[in-house]
Design a protein around this ligand. Structure first.
Ligand code: ACM
Length: 529
């Protein structure tokens, strides 16, 4: 280290010490040392520590550009900071210093940002509000975990000095929630959205229909929701989202810069629809509602015209409720549909998605039919998936189909961690924390052109999951790792370093009431539950 730097660092330490003593009195000196700029998940693209930290005080203002979107991000930040700091933190479009959210042209992309921290203030700069929002998540993680509390805490509220320049590796960083096998309320979904936002996840894929339940109101086929949504795995009461409730989920997700990707799974996984309308069945007889956990036994009737009236109505109504670009049509495990019927069905249904202005996403079995131009296939295979099936996916990717990677033996968040995990399934094996993190989406399927990989997604199937506590135990600590695979460069992947950053997140989860799996692979501190 050059002497100049050593001097600066010494001065910085003395300053910290002085502030810790003069401002907080009782606070232990250790609490006054700010979180290093690189102790963040997902790992930022570039970190240049240095200079004095910034301290949020009673006098701090949040300065924003005039834009309404930037102001909303400032309000979100203020809502995180005000309860725990006890400060007013007024939002203003005048003045300098303090916390500043700035929109400016620069090499940030749609979601990137720069964070500059020094004695006079912290400035987040981005090309758009999504970048500011992701920068706010970084700022949150740089502050002590106690900042998440809803009662006034002593602080001090220090942000380490230096600069972070950051932007994502992939545009698709998703999480899927299966609200069909068990229904989750709007508030439960919002709670998960808030957790996803903390790690810069930007897609919320909602699995809205399956054999066990239809979860979205469709005006032209009302029994889908009122009857098809009336139960769930195990026989509980199920439920569905009214259109207003679904719109509220979309709005809330949007306020956290997540795009909702709704899925209607077809032509298999359709027992709830088939039970609701006898005419959708080839034999004209409605099967009973189903509350078990088998798969592959149901199919829409590919040879009947009414099937396509049904699909058109459902897609039209759902597309009209959904501002996002994508509509997921499932297509997995159609074991009760012949291959010919499957291909014919997908040939007829994909243009309907396009007609209503959306881009098709399907599970990777869609590559066994003819994916529409621009369609994305979501790969959910395992190491043990046959070479033939993998080759079909690779071939589609080489022909222009984009891929979202969700290998089940890596990122299915409903897989048990070990044989002793009380929740979850194990058909894809046990998935410990290291296994879910330690792979490269860009190199996962040999022969796939780099540009075909659009990102990663962590599905959460809910056969065994009934409430937020269950969701969180399965998501944490694996979810932040998937988020990092989607955001951070391949070069930054390093389990030994990652696990230390991961352990440091636990204190924040404790404050947020997130109960997580204390994997023996992670060096948790001694102060956990
Ligand atoms: C799936 O797990 N059936 C996509």
């Amino acid at each position: 280290m050059r002497p100049h730097h050593r001097t600066l660092r010494l001065l910085g330490s003395l300053l910290l010490l002085a502030m810790g003593v003069s401002m907080t009195g009782a606070a232990p000196a250790q609490a006054a040392s700010p979180t290093p700029l690189d102790r963040v998940i997902p790992a930022p693209a570039s970190v240049a520590p240095g200079g004095s930290p910034y301290r949020i005080t009673r006098g701090t203002h949040i300065h924003v550009d005039g834009s309404r979107a930037a102001r909303r991000v400032a309000e979100y930040l203020a809502a995180v900071l005000r309860p725990s700091t006890g400060y007013r933190l007024p939002i203003t479009d005048r003045g300098a210093g303090g916390i500043r959210l700035r929109l400016a042209k620069g090499p940030f992309g749609a979601e990137g940002y720069r964070l500059d921290s020094g004695r006079k203030g912290v400035t987040l700069t981005a090309a758009g509000p999504a970048g500011l929002f992701h920068g706010v998540q970084t700022l949150r993680q740089l502050l002590p975990a106690a900042v998440e509390k809803d009662t006034v805490q002593p602080g001090p509220w220090l942000v380490a000095g230096g600069t972070i320049t950051d932007s994502p590796r992939y545009g698709w960083r998703g999480a899927m929630l299966d609200v069909s096998r068990h229904f989750f309320t709007v508030d439960q979904v919002k709670r998960y959205i808030d957790q996803l936002a903390l790690y810069k996840i930007n897609k919320l894929h909602l699995h809205l229909s399956d054999d066990q339940g239809w979860r979205i109101a469709v005006d032209s086929w009302p029994r889908l929701a009122t009857y098809g949504g009336s139960t769930e795995v195990g026989g509980g009461p199920g439920g569905y989202y009214t259109k207003a409730q679904y719109k509220e989920i979309v709005r809330y997700a949007g306020s956290r810069y997540l795009e909702v990707v709704p899925e209607i799974d077809m032509p298999g996984h359709t027992n709830a629809a088939l039970a609701s309308y006898a005419e959708l069945n080839c034999d004209g007889v409605a099967p009973p509602l189903y509350t078990g956990t088998d798969v592959g036994f149901s199919s829409l009737c590919v040879g009947k015209e009414i099937t396509y009236d049904f699909v058109d109505d459902v897609i039209r109504e759902l597309a009209a409720l959904t501002p996002g670009k994508y509509l997921h049509i499932g297509g997995d495990e159609a074991h009760s549909t012949s291959h010919e019927d499957y291909v014919e069905f997908m040939d007829r249904v994909q243009p309907v998605v396009a007609k209503y202005g959306k881009t098709v996403v399907g599970w990777h079995q869609l590559t066994g039919a003819t994916p529409a131009k621009g369609a994305l296939a979501q790969y959910w295979g395992l190491d043990s998936t046959s070479a033939e099936e993998k080759a079909q996916v690779v071939k589609a990717a080489q022909s222009g189909t984009g891929l979202i990677l969700s290998p089940a033996d890596r990122v299915y968040l409903d897989m048990k961690y070990t044989k002793d995990t009380p929740l979850g399934l194990s058909w894809a094996g046990y998935v410990e924390v290291r296994r879910s993190y330690d792979w490269d989406p860009g190199a996962y399927l040999a022969g796939v052109p780099a540009g075909a990989v659009r990102g990663v997604e962590a599905p959460m199937w809910s056969e065994t999951l009934e409430d937020s506590e269950h969701i969180e135990y399965m998501a944490f600590p694996r979810l932040p790792g998937v988020a990092e695979l989607g955001w951070s460069s391949a070069a930054s992947h390093d389990w030994e370093r990652y696990k230390v950053r991961l352990a440091a997140q636990a204190e924040r989860w404790d404050v947020l009431g997130i109960g997580y799996y204390r994997s023996p692979q992670v060096p948790w501190g001694s102060d956990g539950p």
